[in-house]
Design a protein. Structure first.
Lengths: 171, 234
């Protein structure tokens, strides 16, 4: 592995790993899994031995594939877990809850509102929120960069509507 | 300029409009109250969306570029070794079967290239600095022998590397599957740190499984005491 590649890799990791992690954590709802996927993406990139034409889009594409594969793997396990959780009261189902429980409920509401959007809209909103530029979003998700603004407006509206339906207010 | 679309206003807020379009839009906004109102509404929507998505912010990322590079190099060496071994086998069979000079030359060339990556990793010594390496899908920490004294203190932590810290010098050999500690005749005690997110870790002493961690849980081993698990090396 050349020194130039090592330096480019190091710089890319320093610049982009945190954004990829934030994006994956919000999309998958699991920071530990997100950290694993970030590591795996960069390991794959390093093993590749050369930078792709668009490293940011390459990383997001690989990360999305790994997350999708993981979701497929856990589908059955998740069903079992959910049925066990159903034996316990959900936060907010009973009377009052402390601030921590309210915060947890709110986070869960945000997750559920996001989950009601098409995957492409979730990816779009969360990539932008993690700090990706329009060109990067377009390249990673196979969109036209000039339509990203419009799609963000629509996805944002759908998300706030879904959240308000569950939680009542988005403020 | 005609009234801009919402997407253009959003791109304007995100500073994603080309300079010429941006200037044009700014001129339009200076004279169009309706578009200024629409811009304010979109700005408020974006702020609301961001505030909600901020709730999903994860804890800080704990991995570092150097760790990833080390891990990638290690697994790369493993694959290169396998590939070289495979190439050597095929070439040897071909050489033996066909026996032509160019095949023999190829065999010699592959042999020369293959020896290095498939060679056993050298023995190393662990003293006060200890051993640290990234865990694989299953990681075996193999202590070759029982000792007449010494204890192993195992703890789980939010680290990326498995760490073994002996109180006195021992030799060890790291392999893709974990580490073999040559502790015969040693009286060292060990502090072992296992990353919480390591998928599967097994610790054996003289072939006896003394602790197993599967997923987030220690599924086999002594009862947990404050902050860890204590195992006699005897």
């Amino acid at each position: 592995m050349s020194r130039e590649f090592d330096r480019a890799f190091h710089d890319l990791f320093t610049d982009r790993s945190a954004a990829l992690y934030r994006y994956l954590s919000a999309l998958g709802g699991d920071p530990t899994l997100a950290e694993d996927i970030v590591q795996e993406c960069f390991v794959k990139l390093y093993r590749r031995g050369a930078m792709p034409d668009d490293p940011v889009a390459w990383l997001v594409t690989v990360a999305n594939n790994l997350l999708r594969d993981d979701r497929r793997r856990v589908t059955r396990r998740e069903r079992i877990t959910l049925s066990r959780h159903a034996e316990f009261p959900l936060p907010g189902a009973g009377v009052p809850a402390d601030a921590g429980a309210l915060a947890t409920e709110r986070i869960e509401s945000v997750r559920q509102a996001l989950a009601r959007l098409p995957l492409r809209d979730q990816q779009l909103l969360l990539m932008r929120h993690a700090g990706y530029r329009y060109q990067e979003i377009a390249a990673a998700l196979g969109l036209n960069a000039s339509s990203v603004g419009t799609m963000l407006v629509r996805a944002g509206e759908a998300f706030r509507k879904a959240y308000q339906e569950r939680y009542g207010t988005s403020s | 300029m005609a009234h801009p679309a919402d997407g253009d206003l959003r791109a304007f807020l995100d500073e994603e409009l080309a300079a010429s379009l941006r200037q044009e839009l700014e001129q339009h906004l200076a004279t169009c109250a309706a578009c200024r109102d629409r811009l304010s509404a979109i700005r408020a929507d974006v702020a609301q969306t961001d505030a909600l998505l901020d709730l999903l912010a994860p804890p800080p990322l704990h991995i570092h570029a150097d760790t990833v590079m080390r891990s990638a190099r290690r697994s790369r060496r493993w694959w290169v070794g396998i590939a070289a071994l495979l190439a050597l086998t095929i070439a040897t069979i071909a050489g033996a079967t066909v026996g032509r000079p160019y095949v023999r030359a190829l065999v010699e060339k592959v042999r020369g290239g293959a020896e290095q990556p498939t060679a056993s990793p050298p023995l190393r010594r662990a003293g006060q600095a200890g051993i640290a390496f990234a865990p694989g899908p299953t990681t075996d920490l193999v202590f070759e022998a029982r000792q007449s004294s010494g204890t192993m203190r195992v703890s789980l932590a939010d680290t990326t590397d498995v760490m073994i810290d002996p109180t006195s010098m021992v030799t060890y050999r790291v392999s893709p599957g974990g580490v073999i500690v040559h502790n015969r005749n040693s009286d060292a005690s060990y502090s072992v740190v296992i990353p919480r997110r390591a998928a599967h870790v097994r610790i054996t002493i003289a072939g006896r499984l003394v602790l197993e961690k599967l997923g987030p849980d220690v599924t086999s081993g002594p009862a947990a005491t404050a902050g860890g698990y204590s195992i006699e090396m005897r």
